[in-house]
Design a protein around this ligand. Sequence first.
Ligand code: SF4
Length: 434
Amino acid sequence: MNQVCLRIQDPSLEAYLQIGGYQVWKDLVSGKILPETALDTIKQSKLQGRGGAGFLTGLKWGFMNRDLPGDKYLVCNSDEGEPGTCKDTLIMRHNPHQLIEGILISAYVIGANVCYNYIRGEYLREYEACENALAEAIKANLAGEGILGKSLLINIHNLLGAGSYIVGEETAMMESIEGKRAMPRNKPPFPAQYGLWGRATTINNTETLASVPVILEKGSQWFQDLGVENAAGTKIFCVSGHVRKPGVYELPLGTSFQDLMDLCGGVRHGRKIKACIPGGTSMRVIPGDKLEGLTLDYDALKAVNSSIGSGGVIIMDETTCMVTALTHMMRFYHHESCGQCTPCREGSGWILKMLERVLANNAEPAIIPQIREVAKRIEGKTICAFGEAISWPVTSFIDHYYDEFVYFAQHGKSKVADTQLGFSWNEYMNKDAA
Ligand code: SF4
């Protein structure tokens, strides 16, 4: 298997040098590879951002004016707050030098001289690994001042967040780096024109930046050939939920869903899949009957009205109560709304209250279309994409499992526990603890 990011399990500089690490960086600094050539290679590789939006990395880099005088910034988004996603943690823990090389190369190509690696607040071990690796890289003259004996300065700072979800949104992250509360900014202006402290800034995800040295080493065609049309390279999938072997798997884009399930040992207890969220909880749920023959790439997931997102694949088996699952998710989103936009702040609260009324046997079935309507009205009316992160799960859960929601409102208990499993609601709620 050609792995791009999860190549080694040893965070030391020595281990990374043994697999040819920092050679591309040395070639760039020595002039053997020109920054323009590196930019072209990344463009031709069709690398798409691995944080969720899937924007073409080379195109994004092209928005930076590298000749602009003064400080320019590169931010590595290692916040990784999307529920179901735990991929960047492995890169930082086990292969931090590849990430540092990716940051250095990317900074050099776009003309940035200061880089921030913004790490999720809970990732203390990853922060430590990145700090150790950075100290090694500086000592080896690979980063910092006077890189490889040249008058080249690129400073990298590892920053630890404070535990918010919304700080993973790029403009909220810039606010946080500037020392302010993590509230998303209105766009435009976009970060490449007006980013950190009003200067040109590019923000890329950890997996995206860690892919850069390998693409430049092996070539854009090699990278494209790993994946399928419109989805080049590999993607790290984090599989959780009702599978026998939950875990993190780096696979070529275009891999079949069934192959991923086989790697995960299938559904636990030999049950059937009821649903899958393929890209973290902000993405729309896919019902089990649409998973057959599905491949894991941008076009295929779009065709079933979902998205690859951040690669957090959540599997739900037939014992899952979708009303309860959605309520848990909405509790999270309501808590994490930054509160700037009325539709997001109030809408998430209304949705949660209405779902809790359904769970408490205190609602009529007519409340279900109302919940959907509130969610639908949030979409497209907020400063940041958090509005969609609330709306998409709600509308898709209700669209695909409408009868379950109505049943709960009618009977005050889960249809799954009541009609399918043959045990009581209380037994159902305690089944995993038993
Ligand atoms: Fe904040 Fe929500 Fe508005 Fe985003 S959509 S800026 S999280 S209130």
